[in-house]
Design a protein around this ligand. Sequence first.
Ligand SMILES: [Zn+2]
Length: 219
Amino acid sequence: MNWKKLFNKKPSEKHFTGKQYTAEEVLKIKEEKEIIMDRINKTSVEYNNELEKETKKHNSECPKCNGIEIVDKIIFNTKSNTSLLGGSYTNSEKVVLNKCKNCDHEWNKEEIYYTDMIFSSISSIIYCCRFLIDLEKCTFDPLDPIEKFKTLDEKKENLRTKISEGSYWYDEVKKIFDGVSADAILVFGKEYVCSYSYERKWNEYVNKENLKKLGFYEL
Ligand SMILES: [Zn+2]
């Protein structure tokens, strides 16, 4: 923590005039946002390349005989449905399968759904903050029939592991945001949270206090 900076800060100016940050702090936030975007781009390329490789392998090698002469087989799945008014109707859905020319094995063709790392990193931040709040508010009722845990400690421990190293969400948060300020993360979120439901969740869970508890520093 930079104590000199902390004591030089004018809280009234920082919080109540609408001018939230000093010129120096704005510069810092912009630099940190570039760091975040660089990491997002890098991770996105790594992750989606890997996804492409896996999908290509899934569609070009037979899982039964390892044959590599694979052709498309088109089928139409016809389903019969009942309409809301009582009558029934059918519809057909075109499905493309992989078929091995060596052993005739057929399996589903996989499509690539590219991961949007901006969306993914925003979701991970929301999850981590949510787990943190859940941990703080955690209660235990042994008489609750939908209670999954045996003790309060066990329940809390489960939440703790979700915001520790080794958890998918926490590790992604660290990978993208490690070392940047809580302020830069909040500005990044304001800029990139795109759907209404995510904006609502972001505003509900993600704030400076929670980000500080997750280990991010404050400008
Ligand atoms: Zn085969």
